[in-house]
Design a protein. Sequence first.
Length: 378
Amino acid sequence: MDYHQTNRQIEQYNDGDSCYEPCQRDRTIRALIKLGMELAGCDDEQVVLNKALKTVLSAFEGRWCVFRILDEKTGELTIKASAGIPENIMSMAMKVKPEGTLLGKVLASGVTLGIENIDEENSKIMPYYADKIKSMLVAPLKTGGKTIGTLKIYSFEPQQWSKYDYQFLTDMANQLGMALGNARSHNFLKKQYISVIKGLSAAMETRDFYTQGHSERVAKISSDCADIFGLSREQQEQLYQAATLHDIGKIGVPESIIMKLEPLSADEWEIIKMHPANGEIITEKAELSRQVRAIIRHHHERWDGGGYPDGLAGEEIPHLARIISVADAYDAMTTDRPYRLAKKHDEAIDEILSGKEKQFDPLVVEAFLQIPAEKLAK
């Protein structure tokens, strides 16, 4: 079969191509430039793929389009974004082994390849569920000099893929590969920074024997509440991140205050009250989302407006911060502290109930009360 490839099919844009009018060519080039600007600084891999998908569909007039990423462990190419493919076919095509296919040739050669007419004689190259496809064009996705996946378009009619088609898909794949590489690098550094501040948070807790494991327990209780509320996966992730780091601002509080047995002075109490705002500043450096930083900042606000640092009340307080507020209070009450012994479970529950509609959101309290006592046990 004659696979056409970029190194002998593609010439300069201004070389002329009867298949495309100059205005259409210019319009597509402008689309590439616009996409490049949209992808600049984007650190979400899925957002990168979805934005690129729209541009490809626009240029190739709504044919099937598939982005696949290579799983180095299994050797499979997995669909990460697509358009036009029916759900029943999508489930069968989600993961493929590239060996012996056009995808495999693209991965091995690193160049864009196409098939113009899949007739009866060579139809065996296509799976049985894609028998209506008559032509295809596939470009490699590369980042850091390494091929990490493929960008593929299908047509239901035989196509004489033009030099411009090859060039456009190659340029698109190159642009997408760079954007994916940037997103992955950014997310790696972000994860590294989060790991560092989580380590600092854990180290901070070791200063005080009484609070070791506090943040993880608050995260667990908060997650249990999230399940009861039926929060989305994104909200649950935001809640977990904020809960595990909610006290990171205490890293700047002197140990003499943290471990003090006597009541805090007014000045010392003001220092303690700075930790939510300081936590927001620290996590901003990790480029955590605005939502997560807001949860950390406001987890000590009160339903009646008497909390800190901003004196927010009721619905002004982020919902997820209200969840952490209850979880934080329960764990604090049921843990020994330098100045008092831990309360029993029932005693802590009574305290939570007494703070309903005063310190705590009543709906969060009701959700918290649905958590079985054995799940709350340390």
